[in-house]
Design a protein around this ligand. Sequence first.
Ligand code: C2E
Ligand code: CA
Ligand code: CA
Length: 707
Amino acid sequence: MLEPNLVVSETEFWEAAVSTAEQRFHKLCDEAEAMSIQGYLQDGTVVYWNRASEMIYGYSAQEAIGRNLLDLIIPPAAWAAVQHDMAQMFETGKGIPAARLTLRHKDGHPVSVFSSHTVVALPGHPKVMFCMDADMSALAQAEEELRIAATAFESQQGMLITDAHDRILRVNSAFTQATGYRAEELLGQSPRILHSGHQEAVFFDQMWHTLRAQGSWQGELSHRRQSGEVYTDWATINAVRNPLGDVTHYVYALTDITQRKQVEAQLTQLAFYDALTHLPNRRLLHDRLHQAIAARQRHRHCAALLFVDVDDFKGLNDTLGHEMGDLLLQQLADRLQRHVRDSDTVARFGGDKFVVMLDDLSDDLAVAAADAERTAHKLLSVVGEPYSLREQHYRSEVSIGITLFQASDCTVDELIRQAEMAMYAAKAAGRNKLRFFDVRMQSEVSHRVALINSLREGLKHAELRLFCQPQVSHTGQLIGAEALVRWAHPERGMVSPAEFIPIAESSGLILPLGIWVMAEACRQLVAWTEQLGTSDFTLAVNVSAAQFAQPDFVEQVRVVLNDTGTDPRRLKLELTESMLVNGVDDVIAKMESLRQLGVGFSLDDFGTGYSSLSYLQRLPLNQLKIDQSFVAGLQRDRSSEVIVQTIIALGQSLGLTVIAEGVETESQRDMLTRLGCEAFQGYLIGRPMPMVDFEARFLRRPDAVMS
Ligand code: C2E
Ligand code: CA
Ligand code: CA
């Protein structure tokens, strides 16, 4: 600290004071951080260069001092301007106003500074211009980023920014143009106002789930313009988080892809569909066939290929012209399409040839063949109806070749060839015909068709008979009977139900047949009422799965019971496990309703189905019927005995009676009795017989059953 001192002269004192101030000033200038200070002579020679200048411009004081300002930090483009400004400053002694300048670092990169200037003139000394530059690089960079962001935001893509609460904060002009809304109409709203309503709530739930979990989401959004028009955006949504990790904004980038999708759809249409009929073309047919063949690995369902060829199409073209030919093909294609199921494929194979693929037929080849045949017949008949081509009536027919496939080892080409060959065979047989590729299949189908027709006739002409087979308790007491249908065929005699029931099932004839059996059984029960007295006699009626599956099955039974005046407790329905494929809940509901009427249930052929305890417990059953195959196996193998034992134990635990069917010998009956079986049915007790015989043999002499 300098203080006036009496020992020191005034001059000495002032000299010392100036020197101190100068030192302070130098130190201050030298050490001022972030404030670059340089001093220049009029010709630009550097005379002062503080530490901050070293930092900002990259030259050390040593390097800088003595060199020229222009060579050091002024970009050549600004040389003339700087020279002009400096000349002015040195002349007037005043600095030019402070301003933002872009200067140059030693390594060439631009340096943004806020620069002010002072000219210092001391007597006896050359004028020095001091520049004081504050580093503005960070600010410049932020500004640059903003400029980039702003340019990016105003891109071709629609951009939308919301806050964390789903309120729109900003939209760009591409977005307002695309949607037809003005920005003011959107700000503060939720992007939901743009939704078309074509996407479900679950879709958006998923979107938000992903967005929250991963911070971004991409996908298609269906939007609605202000005009009401619906379009599709490809959307990328990104969450913006603050340093604490909380989402502050969502940024949507949206590109209208409606046109692209339309083009894609058109391309697909061109590549896979026929332009004239809009049906799948050969290529798509190949694809679907491949898939259908591959699917045979997973299940055993049959599929059929129908090769359809228009009879004498050339004749039509020649007489009426190609345009009419095209019209016919269009209408014909339409008819084919309308008369198969949605899951089937109708394809235009080329020219006047079409291929129909029927998927998911029965796993029984014969039944599948019958189904394919029925469909083919229907197609023959709808295609054969008159066409109206430009007011002209025209008739056309087709020939159909059919092949079936069940295994996954056949090839697409092989199948098409088979169906095509069969089609030529159909043509050869005269037109408007269908033929199977496989001769055996052909005869099988013919046989079935004949049988179905004659069974239909038989039903009409009262050729069915109801037989009756007795059921007894282990004490030999008659407890009931099973009603078994027979077909008294005029030429073939008694036909076994084993032969015609499956056909009745596949043709739908089982429904009228089942009703007839039920009504006949009830009429018989009523007729026997007096002779039956108060005993627990029941008549069991077999019910097919298809019959039971009818929505009004319960009502049908109720009507039969009412109309005949039957005591429902005397009727027992024999069901099989196959009915469960139609849904256990539906089965249970129907059984419950019937049980409330008093009707009982026996589970037929038990042990051969896909028995599962879990559903068995839920079914309101009265009885389990041990399948005859186990009874027959009793003396042959040990496993049958184990199964019988298990069924009996199961019945006991569920509180059900157990009856064995197919009991042919005394030893079978004894063994069953020993295992705990309570009731028997079989040739040992009595064969199925006409009702009158049953009545004469069992009801008149109820005690003498075990003769
Ligand atoms: P199911 O219900 O298992 O009937 C028992 C079959 O075993 C009957 O054959 C019967 O004649 C035969 N059977 C009885 N006792 C013995 C025996 O001791 N030994 C041998 N080997 N066989 C015996 P059926 O009458 O030919 O009936 C065959 C199948 O046809 C029945 O099997 C049943 O599934 C079906 N069915 C018969 N009638 C009807 C009906 O009215 N409606 C329906 N949906 N199906 C019926
Ligand atoms: Ca039965
Ligand atoms: Ca049975």
